[in-house]
Design a protein around this ligand. Structure first.
Ligand SMILES: C[C@H](O)[C@H](O)[C@H]1CNC2=NC(N)=NC(=O)C2=N1
Length: 101
């Protein structure tokens, strides 16, 4: 099923409920800090699992103690869609369990 681009207003409304997430050009982004490199690595694996379940994938970057995501929807011409918001919400839900902030 095709996903439609969200309007600027729709993106802003949804971002209001996703603290820490922001729009960088046409992408939703957020970085997390973790307690160790191993903790950050475990969070990356958990996010990868969620992304496979959603069939929606961010550019996911592992640093020493950081995890960064940047996502938009390729099939919507690179716009932000509900799929990006859904992924962001799921990552927000799993982040506290990894001690990410
Ligand atoms: C075939 C597969 O369903 C598609 O390529 C999916 C996979 N993951 C994806 N991820 C993102 N971010 N955008 C997409 O359009 C997308 N499409």
């Amino acid at each position: 099923m095709p996903v439609e681009p969200l309007s600027q207003k729709e993106v802003e409304d949804r971002l209001a409920e996703l603290p820490g997430w922001s729009l960088d050009g046409d992408r939703l982004t957020r970085s997390y800090r973790l307690g160790s490199h191993f903790a950050a690595t475990a969070m990356v694996v958990h996010i990868a699992q969620v992304q496979e379940e959603l069939d929606h994938h961010s550019d996911l970057t592992l640093g020493y103690d950081t995890v960064s995501l940047s996502v938009h929807t390729h099939s919507a011409g690179g716009a932000v869609t509900e799929k990006d918001i859904e992924l962001a919400r799921k990552v927000e839900d799993l982040a506290p369990g990894h001690g990410a902030h």
